[in-house]
Design a protein around this ligand. Structure first.
Ligand code: 5GP
Ligand code: ZN
Length: 117
């Protein structure tokens, strides 16, 4: 844990979040500035900025939890092909990382409709 890290504070409940999932090593919550409705972040509780800073054992749940969130999106089936999603994980400012605690984005993609992205 890092005392100054906003995602560590979210894990500890010091900053509020809309929690989607929690286990001993992993936490998932809605992004505060969503690219689309349901944009979620999956993080290890272990504090490290980039993928290569995190021990393997703290990484193993990240994709399975992203998969659970993606599965939950299946109920939202607008459009002929249902819903899609992008999985995104940025490392370093040059790669558009703004929060220095590893996080995996789950970004739903839907058919564009007025008032619904
Ligand atoms: P990055 O650009 O580092 O890959 O993505 C960081 C993400 O964290 C952004 O999508 C941003 O909206 C989100 N974010 C930043 N601060 C907070 C916060 O305090 N709470 C939540 N829920 N999301 C945050
Ligand atoms: Zn942290």
């Amino acid at each position: 844990m890092s005392a100054s890290c906003i995602f560590c504070k979210i894990v500890k409940g010091e900053i509020p979040s809309f929690k989607l999932y929690e286990s001993a090593k992993t936490f998932a919550f809605l992004d505060i500035g969503p690219t689309s409705k349901g944009h979620a972040l999956v993080i290890p509780k272990y504090h490290g900025a980039k993928l290569h800073n995190i021990p393997d054992e703290d990484l193993v749940e990240l994709l399975p939890v992203a998969k659970k969130i993606a599965k939950a999106l299946e109920v939202d089936t607008d459009g002929p092909d249902g819903i899609g999603y992008n999985i995104l994980q940025n490392n370093g400012r040059i790669a558009h990382q703004m929060v220095d605690h590893l996080h995996v984005h789950v970004i739903p993609k839907r058919v564009e409709k007025e008032g619904l992205i």
